[in-house]
Ligand binder design. Structure first.
Ligand SMILES: [Zn+2]
Length: 279
């Protein structure tokens, strides 16, 4: 990527016909740069649909990523649930690849009471099998485990960076709202800067040149994430994050997951562009 692009998690609310191709065209009309295809409730797109999506996105100049189904747990205690989780990620990657998406994001696992080290080893083992299979199928898009917002969920920043460093083809999806909700911190320029430095130290400069970021306002409590909010209703310091992204010359996709989708995506893009202009 040569710069930072902003876009929506799914088709914008202001899309007239609620189809993926129309959503992509609407993203372009709004002046945004990317969109995440939401397969969160299952992969229901066929090859013909995906081919059309690829065509529309190329013509509109919109970059795509995809979000795998929520029903994935690479630390499930039943073998059939592991197999189903692997299958869901594989299915998403196959169809996303036809769509021309660059990345597939997924929620890796729940601890289910296991010590984090044990859960890590389990997640790593079964995820590695998926990556080996994708390589055999010559599917080369980037698979991105996401930083998660609840203490019951596998996916601290450290776990995600470690997985990304240990398995080829994996890179992080850094959800700054999740990490703020989970840690109660990471809401200031020095903290955002420290996080970006950590990514660079662990994975190299290339990781900052190809970041995938989820961002929104967030409501949270002792158990972490409760629900997403628009920036106007939330405490998340989006301006300071954008300033850190600019200073670290981060490139890649920023996907806005606020309930108002395109409104906050445009707010982020406008604020970021102003920061870049004023230096
Ligand atoms: Zn997610």
């Amino acid at each position: 990527m040569d710069r930072l692009l902003f876009g929506t998690a799914g088709i914008p609310h202001s899309t007239k016909a609620k189809t993926t191709p129309d959503g992509i065209r609407r993203v372009a009309e709004l002046g945004l740069g990317c969109m995440e295809l939401e397969f969160v409730r299952g992969v229901r797109m066929n090859v013909a649909g995906a081919t059309l999506v690829a065509d529309v996105a190329t013509k509109a100049g919109i970059k795509l990523s995809a979000h795998a189904p929520y029903y994935i747990n690479f630390n499930a205690h039943e073998p059939e649930k592991i197999t189903a989780s692997q299958e869901r990620l594989l299915q998403t990657a196959r169809i996303a690849s036809i769509c021309g998406a660059q990345s597939v994001v997924f929620h890796p696992a729940f601890y289910l009471g296991d010590p984090p080290e044990i859960a890590y080893a389990t997640v790593r083992k079964y995820l590695k099998e998926v990556m080996d299979k994708l390589r055999r199928e010559n599917i080369r898009l980037t698979i991105r485990p996401e930083v998660m917002g609840k203490p019951s969920q596998f996916g601290t920043l450290e776990e995600i960076l470690r997985l990304s460093g240990e398995i080829e083809g994996l890179s992080p999806c850094v959800d700054f709202a999740h990490w703020h909700a989970r840690s109660g911190a990471f809401n200031s320029y020095p903290e955002f800067a420290a996080l970006l430095s950590q990514v660079k130290d662990k994975l190299g400069r290339a990781a900052l040149d190809d970041m995938h970021i989820h961002f929104s306002g967030i409501n949270y409590g002792a158990k972490g994430e409760k629900n997403h909010l628009n920036f106007a209703e939330a405490d998340l310091n989006y301006k300071e994050l954008l300033r850190a992204l600019k200073d670290y010359e981060v490139k890649g996709l920023v996907i806005c997951e606020s309930p108002n989708l395109e409104e906050d995506a445009l707010l982020l893009q406008k604020t970021y562009n102003e920061l870049v202009k004023t230096g």
